[in-house]
Design a protein around this ligand. Structure first.
Ligand SMILES: [Fe+2]
Ligand SMILES: [Fe+2]
Length: 273
């Protein structure tokens, strides 16, 4: 049996040496272990059961089917996705790695990422509250609203847009980063609504849009910054939808939304010359 569902993309980009970047999201761990109380175990079991229907529903939306591969436990998917990423140059985990913050989920993600040797950025999803997430763990980077991972000739920037709100202060720091020489691969959880995915996302509702009608003005300004500096960006990577979606943000700049990690979806990008 195949362990993962691999989606491959080639992104030509001048002055960047060939790299392989992996990207997945939404593995929604619902773990419990021997250190949990009865109430914690019950909560985890209920959440796991609830996700059986939800993840199958998203499989129906994307037409991916729901067989033995998809039905594996969320933690098995996370381990398989991390193993599949091992031959890359970097990994982006685009949010909702945990279904909710709990000691058992933090322990499970620490264990899964222990020994993972590639540079990685894990951004915060709406299921993970950055302020509540503890420090000192494999996923604690999500506490930062902006994370920067420098590679030799490109930079990965992770943004916390999990509450569908970009702050003025983040825009100021992001604007300074745009003055850098290296092209940017941008990662965040909630996708941008574009001309290309408008029909799909507008039907799905504002919950699935960073630039929803009535959103903070800063959200539009943030997206305008990306558009007006589009030549500095290699691509934008997001999650949250639970089905794959690819569309142009502006001419020459594509947003790749990953399918759900909770059924084993992972994107592999070959970037560069
Ligand atoms: Fe999710
Ligand atoms: Fe989400």
């Amino acid at each position: 049996m195949e362990k993962i569902q691999l989606h491959e993309y080639y992104i030509p980009f001048k002055n960047v040496k060939r790299k392989v970047i992996y990207h997945f999201s939404d593995s929604h761990l619902t773990e419990f272990d021997g250190l949990c109380s009865d109430a914690e175990i019950e909560k985890a079991k209920k959440a796991t059961a609830a996700w059986e229907d939800v993840r199958k529903g998203f499989c129906d939306v994307s037409g991916e089917g729901y067989g033995d591969l998809q039905r594996q436990a969320p933690i098995v998917h996370l381990e398989n996705l991390l193993n599949a990423s091992a031959d890359g140059d970097a990994l982006i985990i685009a949010g909702d790695t945990l279904d909710y913050i709990s000691d058992a989920n933090v322990r499970a993600s620490d264990k899964a990422l222990k020994g993972f040797e590639l540079p990685y950025i894990a951004v915060c999803g709406n299921h993970e509250s950055a302020s509540l997430f503890p420090e000192g763990h494999a996923l604690s980077g999500m506490k930062r609203d902006m994370q920067v991972c420098e590679l030799e000739d490109m930079v990965i920037i992770g943004i916390d847009d999990s509450q569908r709100k970009i702050s003025r202060e983040l825009i100021e720091r992001f604007t300074k980063l745009l003055e850098g020489e290296k092209p940017i691969l941008l990662a965040m959880h909630i996708p941008i609504m574009t001309d290309g995915n408008y029909e799909r996302l507008s039907k799905s509702g504002v919950y699935f849009q960073l630039n929803y009608e009535g959103c903070p003005q800063e959200n539009f300004e943030f997206i305008d910054l990306i558009k007006t500096n589009s030549e500095n960006f290699i691509a934008v990577l997001a999650g949250h939808l639970h089905y794959p979606n690819i569309s142009e943000i502006t001419e020459g700049l594509t947003q790749y939304v990953s399918g759900q990690g909770i059924t084993g979806n992972i994107n592999r990008y070959i970037i560069g010359e």
